[in-house]
Design a binder for this molecule. Structure first.
Ligand code: FAD
Length: 405
């Protein structure tokens, strides 16, 4: 089966790219291994800087009608410490909100299908190889295999699972690995406009109200810290150990979920792989977490996924995708735009996470924020909470504002 573009993975990155390219007349194949709706390890907060993209995808009013309340304040909950500060507003876009990934990812994939993308779901992409001037992608479901071909291949499969694709990362197993956990709670108590950063021994996390009265709690914890907690408890599940540890070590978490009910199961994923990676290599474009990932401490991954897809789609619209030289040039331009848009926040996230994960750093950070709560606002600004795509395009890259309407 022949297409203009094959997209591997239908998370926020893959589905955004599929919607934009399909609307621009590309014949798009979107390959997703999981059945939707499905929950996912994620804090589910979407920065205001992505609202322009969500609006232009045609999902703005649905998103606004479903998402949790506007997050107008940030906080630090660490030990006995509870400090709040204002969230900086993004120019003209207001404030971010959270929507469950079971809902958001399903909305996006359905829109991709409405836009004309051909959906292969549940199908896993198992291989990518050059085939003449194009690439051939092998995909497999439980009882079917197929080969798709296209000049443009976009890897959007996230970064937490190993596999045989050239863009997949290998699994690591080190004591310092960060493992991700996530749970929803009902009946929680947290001020509606507040998104606290949680800092606790061995990790960090966050809480925010999402859709349907669900509180979304997500965190990262070092592998060795988790092992020690489980040993101390004499066994039991990792999620029980994490849950107990949070309640024992953080007053703000106790106040918020001490009496709340867990909805469904805790989810776990990882190790997570923060850092910058190739954005284009061997004729495969990479978006979302595949291209690079910030520490979840800044809650920017969904925005980076959608915005990187947007940047790439703008570059692909402007070329003849059948010509390899034009794809290479688009790959270089996209790569520069990606770095200009996201590089600083990846570094800022790494610095914040580095402090949060070390006992002395966490003490230093807590003391400084208590003395000067505006540091929380500054941290949100440094982590990209006010940096929209349009602003970026005009500021440094010299290209026009977003073109789709
Ligand atoms: C603890 C934690 C909290 C976080 N909190 C936030 C937050 O509050 N806000 C925020 O913006 N970000 C947050 N993030 C980051 C965010 O979850 C990711 O950055 C985001 O999901 C990346 O989107 P993506 O589309 O690149 O990849 P993904 O969302 O991982 O989507 C990839 C898709 O590809 C599919 N796939 C994988 N392999 C294949 C294959 N071989 N074939 C076909 N399909 C495949 C998967 O099933 C999946 O649907 C958090 C992360 C963690 C770990």
């Amino acid at each position: 089966m022949s297409f203009d573009a094959i997209i591997l993975g239908a998370g926020p990155a893959g589905s955004t790219a599929a919607i934009v390219l399909a609307r621009r007349g590309f014949q798009v194949a979107l390959v997703e291994k999981a059945e939707f709706p499905r929950r996912k390890v994620c804090g589910e907060f979407v920065s205001a800087t992505s609202l322009a993209v969500i609006d232009r995808l045609g999902l703005g009013s649905t998103w606004r009608s479903l998402a949790g309340p506007e997050v107008r304040r940030v906080a630090l909950f660490s030990g006995e410490r509870v400090v709040t500060a204002r969230m900086p507003a993004a120019h003209g876009a207001g404030f971010g909100r959270a929507l469950g990934r079971d809902v958001l990812d399903d909305l996006l994939v359905q829109e991709a299908s409405r836009a004309g993308a051909t959906l292969f779901q549940p199908f896993r992409a198992t291989g990518v190889r050059p085939s003449g001037d194009e690439s051939a992608v092998t995909i497999a479901s439980r009882d079917e295999e197929a080969t798709l071909s296209a000049p443009v291949v976009i890897a959007a499969h996230g970064s937490w699972e190993p596999g045989g694709l050239p863009s997949q990362l290998q699994k690591t197993n080190a004591p310092s690995d960060l493992l991700g956990f996530k749970a929803h709670f009902s009946g929680a108590r947290l001020e509606p406009d507040l998104m606290p950063l949680l800092v606790f021994p061995g990790g960090y996390g966050g809480m925010v109200w999402a859709d349907r009265g669900r509180l979304s709690l997500s965190l990262c914890i070092r592998r060795d810290a988790l092992a020690a907690l489980r040993k101390e408890a004499g066994g039991g599940s990792a999620s029980d150990a994490v849950h107990r540890h949070l309640l024992a070590s953080c007053r703000g978490v106790r106040a918020a979920i001490g009496e709340a009910q867990l909805q469904g199961q805790w989810l776990a994923a990882g190790p997570i792989r923060p850092g910058m990676r190739a954005r284009y290599r061997d004729d495969v474009f990479r978006i979302g977490n595949v291209a690079g990932e910030s520490h979840p401490v800044i809650a920017e991954g969904i925005s980076m996924a959608m915005q990187s897809a947007w940047h790439l789609a703008e570059e692909l619209e402007a070329i003849d995708p059948a010509r390899r030289a034009e794809r290479d040039a688009a790959g270089r331009r996209y790569s520069r735009r990606w770095r200009a848009q996201f590089g600083a926040r990846i570094l800022a996230a790494s610095a914040i996470a580095g402090l949060a994960l070390r006992p002395a750093g966490a003490r230093l950070m807590g003391g400084a924020i208590e003395a000067l709560p505006a540091l929380l606002t500054l941290g949100a600004r440094l982590s990209g909470k006010t940096k929209t795509i349009a602003e970026m395009s005009n500021e440094r890259v010299g290209v026009g504002r977003m073109r789709l309407s």
